[in-house]
Design a protein around this ligand. Sequence first.
Ligand code: SF4
Ligand code: SF4
Length: 363
Amino acid sequence: MSNVYLARVSSSASTAEIEDKIRLLIKKSDLLRVVTSNDLTAVKCHFGEEGNSTYLPANYIKQVVEAITKVGARPFVTDTNVLYKSRRDNSYDHLQLAREHGFSHETLQAPVIIADGIKGKNEKEILIEAPQNRTVFIASDYVDADSLIVITHATGHLATGLGATIKNLGMGMASRKGKLRQHSVSHPLIDAKNCTACEKCLQWCPSDAIKMVSSNSGNKHHYAQINDEDCIGCGECLATCRMGAVKFKWDSSSKFLQQQIVEHALGIVKIKKDKMAYLTFLVQMTKDCDCLPQAAEFVVEDIGILAGFDPVALDQAVLDLTTRKNGKDNLATLSYAAHDPSIQLEYGEQVGLGQREYQLIEI
Ligand code: SF4
Ligand code: SF4
């Protein structure tokens, strides 16, 4: 059974109170036992999409950086590039955006690095021998780091229900090739009846897979259409369309995606297991993840911060604590009820990523 540590934080807590809780949690959980003096330590976080305002702020990350520096290690703060069209799809623009969001060497007192290189191609192939993948592709700098602290903002997620620790590992640490493989079966369709031809999805599609077409009927109607051969299944059109015109076959594709995410998470955990630790924030829990560029809807009141060494146990705790807070539904079902987030937890246990049984220790 894994230990999961909880520092409670209420929605009215000030930034200074949350920073105190982060420092206390690091100490009480002995989180930095995975970090050795002189280690190059990756601090994995998310710098927030342009327009998003609910990502974890840089001053939370700074508390972790300072604690790592105190044990004599050399922290660097890092994330990977994304698949879709965004200022986070290459390291140059990604780092500029990170700086605008407060993440810089000056503010954090640590270098900020994009772990998979300028275009997301710097990767290491890791042998996992799992049911769906013999090998997975992980961003090089995570593999090369001596130790890793993974900082996660728990949110809902449009394709998996839950976007928390496992998702931050599996999708967040994969190179471009790794991310593509995870999305390989989730291809959407556009319902012409609901499409208003606003063309927003065309602007966001990273593969230029969407074109405008016209119906041949007397009443000419323009609508967007996806070319399945060009589609990489990234889901950006679904996130972008405000008319509900984009549909996914969720039941099969969400299961596949969750299992792929778990296998990619296994890739990094398998080679770094005793050199990894996690902080997962249950604050500002939004329906969608921090990759979305718009103001987000809060679905659960703030609960606190979790610390631990087992990503499966941590995400089980996210579901349990949000159920208790809400009285009935968990973070995932409150966000996207059509998805079953327990798929990633059960599969995580099955392939040896961690275990769902845990002991909650409140500090
Ligand atoms: S974003 Fe939606 S409504 Fe706009 S063109 Fe695309 S599918 Fe149609
Ligand atoms: S899911 Fe396919 S069509 Fe939609 S944005 Fe991604 S690549 Fe384009």
